[in-house]
Design a protein around this ligand. Structure first.
Ligand code: FMN
Length: 358
């Protein structure tokens, strides 16, 4: 379709990346199908162990021999005090009881072992490795490059994009404030870094020399053409793929997406300790304003209750991650969605060409 610096580097036909979506929605079936259709599918490795990453990569390779990406979370930690953890647990007790869980649970490990995840990726050598929440350690960058992986780092501000480029990444994904789920912000307070996609992409393009991928609020072919016009070489879409049958999105999450409006979402740090955009529900509203321990600790403290809410179909107590473009989503199978986005982008380009000529 459209050849750009990104499509050439990633060896894909369509300037489209299916975003990694941790916590369930990303599946090997979806990543493999998207890649097989000529775009770039992504596995979400951030919440997986090294062996789970290896298994998921093998499952993608059973679907396609085309390039695909594996996503990692840059290692980071914070050290909340026992009092802060206790206060957060106390706040969560009524919700846990409401869902039939013991008042206090055993929070699992806050984060998976990054070195183990990295080793699995180095062993498997996927064509592309994307990352968010910060920079990869220099040794990890060197090892992944030796393994032949193209590296894409996430930025939500111009300063972060410059840092991603200086860290040795091959491309930067500029994540606008419309984007669903966690903000990749790592150099400023999350609430200062809510720059919209249409403002962020051209500024990043002007400040860094590596190719730019645009993310946030892009749902269809029109959106892809818009970000290409702003200087991006491809668009990364998450929310648009959440309702595909191949996605692992929970039924109550799918239902909430199908009735969302342009004003349904909000950004909150209360659910996981890191700013994230989701459909505003009771959990988000009631935890708002409470100072929760930083990510990944609150994420670990709330994960059992959010998982149980999903099992029970209690949408008001789940995390309903979604971007501002959610109402534009469809239930098309992944292969058809990629084809439709490519076709609609070509139509939008032709229309613009006609407008220019008239
Ligand atoms: C449910 C969900 C989970 C996500 N999980 C991840 C993740 O694990 N890693 C990551 O880099 N980005 C993740 N993202 C963010 C996407 O990479 C991307 O920035 C975002 O989806 C773009 O905005 P959009 O949702 O409006 O398309 C997630 C997005 C969603 C909707």
């Amino acid at each position: 379709m459209l050849s750009t610096a990104v499509t050439r580097l990633l060896e894909i036909d369509v300037p489209l990346i299916q975003a990694p979506m941790g916590g369930g929605p990303s599946t090997p079936e979806m990543a493999g199908t998207v890649s097989d259709a000529g775009a770039l599918g992504s596995l979400a490795g951030g919440y997986l162990s090294g062996s789970q990453i290896s298994q998921q990569i093998a499952a993608v390779r059973a679907v396609t021999n085309k390039p695909f990406a594996v996503n990692l979370f840059a290692p980071h930690d914070s050290a909340p005090t026992p009092e802060e953890i206790d206060e957060a647990q106390r706040l969560l007790e009524p919700y846990r009881r409401e869902l039939g869980l013991p008042a206090r649970g055993e929070a699992g490990p806050a984060a998976h072992d990054f070195d183990e995840q990295l080793q699995a990726v180095i062993d498997e050598k996927p064509n592309v490795v994307s990352f968010t929440f910060g920079l990869l350690p220099p040794a990890a960058v060197a090892s992944l490059k030796d393994a032949g992986c193209v590296l894409i780092g996430t930025a939500t501000t111009v300063a972060e994009a410059v840092a991603v480029a200086e860290s040795g990444a091959d491309m930067v994904c500029a994540q606008g404030s419309e984007a669903g789920a966690h903000r990749g912000t790592f150099l400023s307070d999350g609430t200062d870094a809510l720059v919209g996609t249409i403002a962020l992409v051209p500024q990043v393009r002007d400040f860094v020399s590596i190719p730019v991928v645009a993310a946030g609020g892009i749902m269809d072919g029109r959106g892809v053409v818009a970000v290409l016009a702003l200087g991006a070489g491809a668009a990364q879409l998450g929310t648009a793929f959440l309702r595909c049958p191949e996605a692992g999105t929970a039924p109550a999450h799918r239902q909430a997406l199908s009735t969302a409006t342009d004003t349904s979402t909000a950004v909150s740090a209360s659910i996981t300790g890191k700013p994230a955009r989701g459909i505003n529900n009771r959990l988000m509203r009631e935890l708002a304003g409470h100072a929760m321990p930083a990510y990944p600790h609150t994420n670990a403290l709330t994960s059992e209750l959010r998982r149980r809410a999903a099992e029970l179909g209690e949408a008001e107590l789940m995390s309903l991650w979604a971007g501002q473009g959610a109402p534009l989503g469809t239930e098309l199978p992944a292969r058809e969605l990629v084809a439709k986005i490519a076709e609609d982008a070509a139509t939008a380009l032709t229309r613009l060409g006609g407008a220019h000529g008239s």
